[in-house]
Design a protein around this ligand. Structure first.
Ligand code: ZN
Length: 696
């Protein structure tokens, strides 16, 4: 008697010596057997396929499982696959072995079993993975009773190779129990879509392309659909689909950013969009600001609320009540509005209490704030910890009003203090494969001013994008958007032990979008790894670096570097807070911050991160100098510049004693870090150096 499911296996169009990857749902086959009163023997099914492939071929079944991404330990011997019965059945057999990746593992049999089971890259879908092997070895993917769109992980492998702008490698860490029962903490990446983007591929259309171009062939056996995909042939079609389907373009220009904006224009747009919002150390303006970032730029941003009722104090500080304001204006006797918060939110003294009174100007004047030395600017003034009310205005307007001290004014402020409210802040964590962290902090508590503090928000956002796009990430990045001072204290209260244990370097971003000098505020003793990096970057990014001592502190480095906190955090600015005349006035506006200024600010932070990610210690392998000509490193034709190159190369080699980091050597030779890094990469490629460690 013919047993249908075994017949199906015998009739599969796979040839001896081939590499076969089977994606399947055999429940229909099993059900069919049951209907015919036949025992379903999955091992017999696998045996037949093995016979067809023979000893020179390789057979793989997927046994993917994503629990590891949720912090559930991966157990090499026990974690079952969620991609079909066949894979799990194969895992139970002596002749199959499992590959190592905790997310995308395969049950493998045949010629390349040992090789495949030796692969263990952190990046689950990139180079040196089973997917690359399937690609390079012309594997056939046999798809049995599964919809194409449900299983074609190869698409994500191709996206990884192309480095598409709508996906990034997200790193997951959890315990890993290996085949011998040894437990270790491991990291694997998964390619995930940016949450704020909505990019749709069309799997059915792609599959039709496969059929049309001979990359796939389909047949029906009984009720079953079997398709054979030639993986190597399918890959150029996937590439074409990604590019022509414009998934990349959709990702770039979606939503708020639907216009074709370059990345510095995009930073500027963030500032422009957020500029009108009334922010303070608490309140709805801060929520609105973070919501904008989450919806348009950073889908993984967590918006956190720190309850005031539950936390009346933060270390030595009282938690301020949540403050919101609806209206604030002053009108004269004739009903002319002379100051209105709606026109510029700097007009209101931050944290003003409600009032509704009519008073003569002489009395009102005591509640006004203006700048004698900049008579057209509206100053930014707050009163968080003492209950007051007040208005800010240009000194010119105030002087005009002073001419009629008896004139009466109706003053209205509708604000409220909510003791049951909360203080809002944002946190974005981008894992690297190490637990050590870099803290990047910026603040969200200023109303309509551009450099202080919207530039920090825009640059931090672009830095987050840059970090996401790093194909490999050593450090875990913790990027926080907090109200200045009180937010830093709240964040410390919630995380101080973790931060003290893991943070190896960090930056406060403040006033980082103008066209002025590049500057920093050092840690109290200017002796941390962060200080060393920042000094180096400053020296090479500008001819006029401004390095300020901690004595001139003023932003959240005050909390992060305080005696019992002691984090290695420097503040990075273009022109430092307080050093530009527009500071804390209405002149810190959308003209003061420029696209070019922001781009410079971004480069400044990016260069610091490049050092952090790459600053390893290397040792030259040779005793005495290596003979460069042998490695093709010595120019055989003398060209302009070639002598310089050779001199630099040999100078770098001269310091590769295993004790100097790349940054140390860059400092010794007084050249930028990336110039040394470039040569280190060449030496590494020629196998002339060993990595000895990482500077921290
Ligand atoms: Zn400020």
């Amino acid at each position: 008697m013919l047993i249908p499911y075994l017949e199906l296996a015998r009739n599969l169009k796979i040839s001896s010596g081939s590499t076969v990857f089977i994606s399947s749902d055999i429940s229909r086959l099993a059900f069919e057997a049951l209907e015919n009163n036949i025992d379903f023997n999955v091992n017999e099914f696998i045996d037949i396929i093995q016979d067809k492939i023979g000893n020179e071929g390789t057979l793989l079944f997927p046994v993917y499982n994503w629990d590891f991404c949720h912090g559930i330990p991966f157990n090499y011997n026990k974690t079952v696959g969620k991609t079909g019965l066949l894979g799990n059945a194969a895992l139970k057999r002596e002749d199959f072995k499992r590959t190592k990746n905790a997310l995308y593992s395969f049950a493998v049999w045949g010629k390349d079993k040992d090789f495949l089971c030796s692969l263990d890259p952190v990046i689950s879908l990139g180079r040196n993975t089973v997917f690359e092997y399937l690609h390079r070895n012309n594997a056939i993917n046999v798809v049995l009773d599964v919809a194409f769109s449900d299983h074609y992980t190869i698409c994500h492998y191709v996206e990884q190779l192309l480095g598409v702008p709508y996906r990034y490698n997200k790193y997951f860490k959890s315990d890993y129990i290996d085949e011998h029962g040894n437990v270790s903490r491991k990291t694997y990446s998964m390619s995930v879509r940016y949450l704020e983007l909505d990019v749709q591929g069309n799997a059915d259309a792609l599959y039709d392309e496969f059929l049309k171009h001979g990359a796939a062939y389909e047949e029906k056996i009984g009720r079953h659909t079997i398709s054979y995909i030639d993986i190597a042939k399918s890959i150029p079609l996937i590439e074409k689909d990604i590019l022509e389907n414009n998934a990349a373009m959709q990702a770039q220009f979606k939503g708020q950013f639907d216009k074709k904006l370059s990345s510095d224009e995009r930073m500027y747009k963030i500032i422009k969009d957020l500029f009108p919002i009334t922010r303070s150390i608490s309140g709805n303006g801060n929520r609105q600001t973070l919501k904008y970032l989450k919806e348009n730029c950073l889908g993984e941003l967590k918006i956190l609320e720190y309850s005031i009722a539950d936390n009346p104090t933060i270390f030595d500080w009282e938690t301020p009540y949540e403050w919101n304001i609806d209206e604030a204006y002053i009108e004269d006797e004739n009903g002319n509005i002379i100051i209105d918060f709606k026109n510029n939110n700097l007009h209101i003294l931050g944290y003003s209490e409600s009032v509704d009174i009519t008073i003569p100007f002489s009395e009102l004047d005591e509640h006004l704030y203006s700048l004698e030395d900049d008579i057209d600017a509206i100053p930014y003034v707050t009163s968080y910890y003492k209950t007051r009310w007040g208005f800010c205005l240009s000194h010119r307007q105030r002087e005009e009003l002073r001419k009629q001290p008896e004139k009466l004014y109706h003053v209205v402020i509708k604000s409220n203090f909510n003791k049951n409210g909360s203080i809002t802040y944002g946190e974005l964590i981008i894992n690297g494969y190490e637990d050590d962290e870099i803290l990047i902090s910026t603040y969200i508590c200023h109303p309509s001013m551009a450099n202080d503090n919207l530039s920090g928000i825009a640059v931090a956002t672009k830095i987050a994008k840059y970090i996401y796009a790093l194909p490999e990430r050593k450090y875990t990045y913790r990027i926080i958007f907090i109200p200045e001072t009180i937010g830093a204290l709240i964040y410390l209260k919630e995380n101080i032990n973790h931060l003290q244990k893991y943070v190896k370097a960090g930056f406060v971003l403040s006033c980082i979008g103008d066209d002025g000098d590049y500057s920093c505020v050092h840690t109290p003793y200017n002796n941390t790894y962060t200080d060393k990096i920042v000094t180096h970057v400053l020296k090479h990014i500008t001819d006029t670096p401004k390095e300020y001592s901690y004595i001139e502190r003023g932003s959240d480095e005050r909390q992060f570097c305080a005696p019992n906190v002691n984090l290695p955090i420097c503040t990075l600015s273009r022109t430092k807070f307080g050093k530009f005349k527009e500071y804390h006035t209405s002149n810190d506006n959308l003209d003061f911050v420029t696209e070019k200024g922001l781009q410079g600010g971004f480069e400044y932070v990016k260069k610091c991160i490049e050092i952090l990610e790459n600053n390893n210690l290397y040792q030259i392998k040779t005793i005495g100098e290596p003979q460069l000509g042998k490695y093709g490193l010595y120019p055989t034709i003398s060209q302009k510049g070639s002598a310089d190159y050779t001199r630099r190369l040999t100078n770098i080699i001269a310091y590769l004693n295993g004790e100097n980091s790349i940054l140390d050597i860059a400092e010794i030779l007084n050249v930028p870090f990336n110039e040394v890094l470039e040569i280190i990469m060449q030496l590494n490629e020629k196998n002339l150096i060993n990595i000895v460690g990482t500077e921290k």
